[in-house]
Design a binder for this molecule. Structure first.
Ligand code: ARG
Length: 459
């Protein structure tokens, strides 16, 4: 039999494989709440503009509420033959209320319908992501506050560079995740315009009120151009792009947790709740959640590349290619939310080994730059010469198998006689971090100022 929704000119129904490639109901059923919300707004507008009688509109409204509760109760007969969520809902509405159901699609097309539903869904996800970043930022702030003055090695090239504080390191991620959160907020602003009423592509001859439906659906305004409204998926691309950048940040933090929890570092310990064991090696505590978060970028960026590739080169207006947008965005959104929740849980439960951090900070000649800076400040050496003197002292300590503060004053003066006993004051890691008072630097005072600014912002 031909399709009940569009089969007027068709004598035969589709091939089974045609149905399989064409149908989206298997995944777009996730849009049911947005679809029903959009239809209710459309029907109310059709009644307000006199296009529908108020009794038809009332029947549609009640019918849609029944459909909603059927889907929510899990006893809705989803049908592949009906292709997608839009036609499944409308067909069920027809079965429930009869003739008025056929009037709902007046002055509307599935093209503006799906664009509206999907925008509403992505907007909800952007809101959920924004809230989830809040939780992660708070967890990082709590870690930063606890360890604003705990000294740890800062690395470049994963080689000991200069001492920093634990709080400083945590706050670096607060800044990154706050920018991520902002990217979602920014994308949300741009996506918050209503495609509804663009109809198939050209608008409609019915005297509809697009401002009314836009307002009912919480959009700031109707989209200004009906072709654009049904053609573009840049709102989904922006969401995916923001998710991709965020998952890069999540991946880097996850990588640090993997390294820091290894036996060779032991900077942190993941709680039992966030660790797994090995079925063969009884000693193991594996950071699986961190590893999986590290990996999520693969599928999230994959989804982003997939949708960019689908969209490029599509002529205006709607093409069925665009049905491939949803699974990518659903998968990316689900995995981003899972990664954010897992990272928030892990950070909140993290035990930090302060003594290990400090011991590591004190090894590897981490205060060599402080020594060189002292020679510049106190002995008037050009920085390049100070760098050379310090390098010679590092080589001397390395040969002796000790650290810089373990060299005697005589040994140091044999390399440069300008050095005096005040040098020992700058070789300690606490002095080192305390001296870095430049704005945004690692001095505990500066870190506490960063934390205070963030707490004020979040309050
Ligand atoms: N299932 C379709 C999608 O997800 C809905 C729009 C169909 N429109 C059309 N003209 N066939 O894109």
């Amino acid at each position: 039999a031909s399709n009940a929704m569009w089969g007027g000119r068709f004598a035969a129904g589709p091939d089974a494989i045609m149905e399989a490639i064409n149908a989206s109901i298997g995944f777009d059923k996730r849009l049911y709440a947005q679809d029903i919300r959009g239809s209710r707004a459309h029907a109310a507008m059709l009644a307000a503009t006199g296009i529908l009688t108020s009794s038809d509109a009332e029947a549609i409204r009640e019918g849609l509420l029944t459909v909603l509760s059927e889907i929510e109760a899990g006893d809705f007969p989803f049908s592949t033959a009906l292709e997608d969520i839009h036609m499944n809902v409308e067909s069920r509405l027809k079965a429930l209320i009869g003739e008025p159901a056929g009037r709902l699609h007046t002055a509307r097309s599935r093209n503006d319908q799906v664009a509206t539903d999907f925008r509403l869904w992505v907007r909800d996800q952007a809101d959920a992501a924004i809230a989830a970043f809040d939780g992660l930022i708070r967890a990082l702030l709590a870690q930063a506050e606890a360890g604003a003055d705990w000294v740890m090695p800062g690395f470049t090239h994963l080689q000991t560079a200069q001492p920093v504080t634990w709080g400083h390191h945590m706050m670096a991620y607060v800044e990154m995740f706050a920018r991520d959160q902002n990217r979602f907020a920014d994308a949300r602003k741009r996506m918050n315009e209503s495609p509804l009423g663009a109809a198939a592509l050209a608008g409609t001859g019915f005297a509809i009120d697009r401002h009314m439906t836009a307002e009912a659906l919480g959009f700031d305004r109707p989209m200004a151009n009906s072709l654009d409204a049904v053609s573009d998926r840049d709102f989904a691309l922006e969401f995916l792009s923001a998710a991709t950048i965020a998952s890069v940040h999540l991946s880097r933090l996850a990588e640090e947790l993997v390294i820091w929890s290894s036996a060779q570092f032991r900077f942190v310990a993941m709680s039992d709740k966030w660790s797994t064991g090995s079925s063969i090696m009884p000693q193991k505590r594996n950071p699986d959640a961190a590893e999986l978060i590290r990996a999520k970028i693969g599928r999230i960026m994959g989804a982003t590349v997939a949708l960019f590739t689908v969209m490029k080169g599509l002529p205006l207006a709607y093409s069925k290619d665009m049905q491939e947008d949803k699974e990518q965005v659903f998968d990316a959104a689900d995995n981003l939310m899972l990664a954010l929740a897992a990272m928030t849980g892990m950070i909140s439960d993290l035990t930090v080994n302060r003594a290990k951090l400090e011991a590591a900070a004190s090894s590897g000649f981490s205060t060599a730059t402080d020594l060189a800076d002292w020679l510049v400040r106190e002995a008037g050496l050009p920085f390049r010469d100070a760098h050379h003197v310090t390098g010679t002292l590092v080589a001397m300590a390395e040969a002796k198998g000790c650290d810089l503060p373990d060299l005697s004053l005589e040994e140091m003066r044999s390399v440069n006689p300008a050095i005096d006993e005040r040098i020992f004051g700058v070789l300690g890691v606490h002095n080192s971090v305390a001296s870095r008072q430049s704005y945004g630097g690692t001095a505990p005072d500066q870190v506490r100022a960063q934390i205070a600014r963030w707490k004020e912002r979040l309050a």
